[in-house]
Design a binder for this molecule. Structure first.
Ligand code: NOJ
Length: 550
């Protein structure tokens, strides 16, 4: 067992890089990304300046939901590698100071899982059957919404073998486990031990709001789910101090914070509602969507942390917005109807922002400034495009673009054997948009991201500080100070397309000298008057606030 190095709450200062292993780098030339390939690319990841990697599902799976359909929780899918290779990856990551976060898909399994095969054959009353949720009719739990609404018409599917319906919140081939059945809870605690024993530093709890079902409820966020999470946390803390649990709960802030409990459930939770509002603020060129949702976000326990993101391997979900806001975001960001999926938009970051460098910088700077731990989706650091011609969410899961060489440097295989086709749309073609080209160009997005990350890493206020908003004299601007002990960072953003004067009220920091972080240039001392700054179109600045020693 590898002991955790450094602070136990490492996740508070982290920047997480999300990797689809199958699309990252092919180590054995079969056309699929794999663990050996990822290990070979760890220097790239460490050099980017992130501190942790989150790996999409690795377990044995038929792959009908990209591995979120688990066939065996204790086997690595042979397509991505072996347990030995996983072990080597962990060692190599830790040697570079990178933490490793993997998936814990606890709500459901694949219908191929031995537990389900056993359950469907077991007769009624046999405890083996109770590992899943069965019903004689498909009307139970009728208040639960359908999540994959573009694919499934019901949360129940008839099973001929069992002669009953089984419950599933996602695809029909992903039956939900029955958490009311004690052996299921025990089995999941063993799965957690299995992965922590392998040395992983954190687990992302997939689809965690849906563990239990109760009549006349939405079957989300139920008290029973929180009770189980407290047990899981207690069990993990007892054996694995310093390991982190991250809740994937696509919920409103007041429900999402409950996944922290009183510091006794998950250490982290994704802030889903902030994400679409960043895109809304960008489009409307005003700060209100952001400040409103942050004001609505309750304080969280001291030991906890939000995970913040712009994009990930799924569609950009619009579940946490009103109907009007969803229509607006669809209209503005998914002009091509093909881009819409379920309640979201299946684009990567660069195409969402019209491949506009200023916008990409601005939205990343916002992400990296708010209280929480930023999560970066692989490929977005070089502005990769997507492919709407691929089904489901595959268009945002295409191979990483490493170089202008064969298969974008992703694989030595025959191009027809690639896990997914490379992006060839002219504007995002892999021959142009790739790591090698951007490494050479000092002004590339990749190098800009590296600088941004390096600067952020020097200031604990970003991960740990409180946030104090300042009046910036315009609804098109956003300004705040992040403060942690003596470390203070003033962040100012001009969301509009025009240059603006921004008279900032910094009276609380009177006498301090703002020093711009990228260039180290000293600005005038903050005095009695408004502190005047002008920012160009969609510009932003980070300043450290220095106390002048007389
Ligand atoms: C959330 C995951 O991010 C998504 O990719 C998956 O399809 C569902 N959970 C079901 O596991």
């Amino acid at each position: 067992m590898t002991p955790i190095e450094g602070p136990l709450d490492w996740y508070k200062d982290a920047v997480i890089y999300e990797v689809r292993v199958r699309s990252f780098y092919d180590g054995n030339g079969d056309g699929q990304g794999d663990l050996a390939g990822l290990t070979a690319k760890l220097d790239y990841i460490a050099d980017l300046g992130v501190t942790a990697i989150w790996l999409l599902p690795l377990c044995l799976s038929p792959g009908r939901d990209d591995g979120y359909d688990t066939e065996d929780y204790e086997k690595i899918d042979p397509a991505v590698g072996t347990l030995e290779e996983f072990h080597a990856l962990i060692q190599a990551a830790h040697a570079r100071g990178l933490k490793v976060i993997t998936e814990l898909v606890l709500n459901h399994t694949s219908d191929r899982h031995a537990w389900f095969q056993r359950a469907r054959r077991a007769s009624k009353g046999d405890p083996d059957r109770d590992w899943y949720v069965w019903s004689d009719d498909d009307k139970r739990y009728g208040d639960a919404r359908i999540i994959f609404k573009d694919f499934e018409a019901s949360n129940w599917t008839w099973d001929e073998e069992a002669k009953a319906y089984y419950w599933h919140r996602f695809y029909h081939h992903q039956p939900d486990l029955n958490f009311d059945h004690p052996p299921v809870r025990e089995a999941m605690l063993r799965v957690v031990d299995f992965w922590f024993a392998l040395g992983v530093d954190g687990l992302r709890l997939d689809a965690v709001p849906y563990l239990y079902e109760r009549e006349k409820t939405s079957c989300e966020n139920l008290p029973e789910t929180h009770a189980f999470l407290r047990d899981l946390r207690a069990s993990a803390d007892a054996r694995w101090p310093g390991r982190m649990l991250l809740a994937e709960a696509n919920q409103w802030p007041e429900d999402a914070v409950r996944y922290f409990g009183s510091g006794d459930e998950c250490h982290m939770a994704f802030h889903f509602p902030l994400m679409p509002r960043l895109f809304m603020a960008m489009r409307r060129e005003e700060r209100k969507p952001i400040t409103e949702i942050l004001a609505r976000t309750p304080d969280i326990p001291e030991s906890c942390q939000w995970a913040l993101f712009l994009r990930n391997h799924d569609e950009l979900t619009l579940e946490m917005v009103t109907h009007e806001e969803r229509d607006y975001l669809w209209r503005e960001y998914a002009k091509d109807p093909q881009a819409r999926l379920n309640l979201g938009i299946r684009h990567r970051l660069a195409p969402l922002l019209q491949n506009d460098r200023r916008r990409m910088e601005l939205i990343n700077a916002l992400l990296f400034s708010f209280p929480g731990t930023p999560v970066l989706y692989y490929g977005d650091e070089i502005g990769m495009g997507d492919n709407l011609g691929l089904g489901d969410r595959n268009g945002v899961r295409t191979p990483m673009q490493w170089s202008p060489g064969r298969n974008a440097g992703f694989s030595e295989a025959d191009p027809s054997a690639l896990v997914l086709p490379l992006v060839t749309a002219p504007e995002y073609h892999w021959q142009t948009v790739n790591v090698e080209n951007q490494r050479r160009n000092e002004s590339s997005l990749l190098n800009w991201m590296r600088r941004l990350l390096a600067l952020r890493g020097k200031h604990p206020a970003f991960g740990r500080g409180r946030i104090e908003f300042c009046d910036a004299g315009s609804e098109h601007a956003l300004a705040f100070v992040r403060e942690h002990g003596e470390d203070r960072v003033l962040c100012v953003f001009n969301l509009s397309r025009y240059t603006r004067p921004l008279p900032l009220d910094l009276s609380a920091w009177k006498g301090m000298t703002p020093v711009e972080l990228f260039g180290g240039v000293r600005f005038p001392v903050i005095g009695d008057e408004r502190w005047n700054l002008s920012l160009g179109p969609r510009g932003f600045c980070w300043f450290t606030l220095k106390v002048e020693v007389p």
